[in-house]
Design a protein around this ligand. Structure first.
Ligand SMILES: [Zn+2]
Length: 429
């Protein structure tokens, strides 16, 4: 079952790292302790934060996530595949003259933002003596964790729901992960991963809800990179959320910038859920302060964020309260809105992405109709189109079948006609 350990890769073992200055702090009861592999607060069993007590010394230009190493709860070995430092692309064709940007998280090594958390958490797990890693996943996290586990020479178990897009499963297998498909939802996969970690405390749980505080903390690097590119002008950050650790990590980074007086106000955080599985958006819309699990069907197109939170609704409550405290918004979008956003990002901006990654654009358009958001706006485009190609609106479109000796001018004319047939959506529509 377990693979033989290999020599941990590369790294910058001489660079300063944050784990030595890290405390695990419980946001629910205030308890704190030194870093270890146990995922929960020992007093109240709440989820934890990994807080690094170091001055906020930021590089002017980051070339890698590891340029932030002193601020991250990672160990001395940087388990790296080249993650972080993703481009911030202006969407100047969709929104001419406006300040709307796509944070290109699909350009991380395994094709999603999950690589940031996996790199930091595998590095921390190595330093804390882990003998293996397990994670529950809707697909992207398993692809990422298995890659970094391979790089570190650790055995890896990935639990995911039956029906996960095959491309994501193949990625995990290709990285040497042992994939376990569960008949049920992500919540069922979550509970199996938790039981595996509890059966052997020398294993680390890298489920990217709030089960791993080292992963959550890694997402602050997205904020630091956006701040480096746009300065304190960042007005709004729009993030797809299942349980919401990426959004909470981004907000933690913004809080640090605020306390260090690098910015004078927090950006407005917008969390985006899919209407077919939206426990946090439902609680937000009702003005509640606690999230309850989603009991209905979870079969919407945005599989990466279809998390019903069954058995761990407090994870949703943590995200809800962070957004409420920052005066943000949580909004649910329909499959139809997501499909339109996918179509426009791909055909108009050349940014084809998986459904979840288009949800921020769908939410931006919906919210703009009633209440314009502060500029600049940063949309987190979280995953690559090849993660889930069968969900693309164009996946059933037919290529031309033609005689290769036909008049080339016919192909040129046809291509021009095809481009002219693509409608140009206007801002806010
Ligand atoms: Zn606690």
């Amino acid at each position: 079952m377990a693979r033989s350990p290999e020599t941990p890769s590369p790294a910058s073992s001489s660079q300063p790292h944050g784990l030595a200055a890290t405390r695990l702090v419980c946001p629910w009861c205030g308890a704190s302790r030194s870093p270890d592999l146990y995922p929960w607060c020992r007093r109240c069993r709440g989820s934890l934060s990994a807080e690094v007590d170091r001055p906020l010394d930021l590089p002017a230009v980051a070339r890698s996530l590891w340029d932030f190493a002193p601020l991250l709860p990672a160990g001395p070995v940087a388990v790296s595949l080249g993650e972080g430092a993703t481009p911030l692309l202006p969407l100047h064709t969709l929104f001419p003259g406006d300040e709307v940007y796509a944070k290109a998280e699909w350009m991380n090594p395994t094709g999603s933002f999950k690589d940031r958390g996996a790199a930091v958490a595998v590095s921390a797990a190595l330093a804390l003596g882990a003998e293996g890693v397990v994670c529950a996943s809707t697909g992207n996290n398993g692809a990422a964790v298995s890659a970094y586990a391979a790089r570190a020479g650790l055995p890896c178990i990935v639990t995911l729901p039956v029906g996960t897009p095959p491309g994501k499963i193949v990625q995990a297998r290709a990285h040497g992960g042992m994939v376990v498909e569960i008949p049920g939802t992500f919540s069922d996969a979550y509970q199996l991963a938790e039981r595996i970690q509890e059966a052997d405390g020398r294993w680390a749980n890298l489920t990217s809800t709030f089960a791993n505080p080292y992963m959550t903390a890694a997402h602050a690097t997205i904020t630091y990179e956006a701040w480096a590119a746009l300065g304190e002008r960042v007005g709004t950050i729009i993030v797809p959320i299942g349980a919401g650790p990426m959004l909470v990590g981004i907000l933690d980074g913004a809080d640090r910038l605020l306390h260090a007086e690098r910015i004078s106000r927090l950006p407005i955080p917008v969390g985006v859920q899919a209407a077919g599985c939206a426990p946090i958006a439902r609680a937000y819309a009702r003005g509640e302060s606690e999230v309850t699990a989603w009991e209905g069907d979870c079969s919407g197109i945005a599989g990466s964020i279809n998390d019903p939170l069954r058995g761990y609704p407090a994870d949703g409550t943590r995200t809800l309260r962070a957004v409420q405290q920052a005066r943000g918004v949580i909004h649910a979008v329909s499959d139809a809105e997501i499909v339109q956003a996918m179509r426009d990002l791909g055909r108009v901006e050349g940014i084809a992405c998986e459904p979840t990654a288009a949800a921020p654009l769908a939410a931006f358009r919906a919210l703009e109709r009633t209440n314009p958001l502060p500029r600049p706006v940063v949309l987190i485009v979280s995953g690559h189109v090849l993660k889930d190609p069968m969900s693309q609106p164009e996946c059933l479109a037919l290529s031309l079948t033609a005689d290769p000796t036909a008049d080339p001018r016919e192909f040129i004319a046809a291509a021009k006609t095809h481009r002219r047939s693509i409608p140009h959506p206007k801002c806010g529509t």
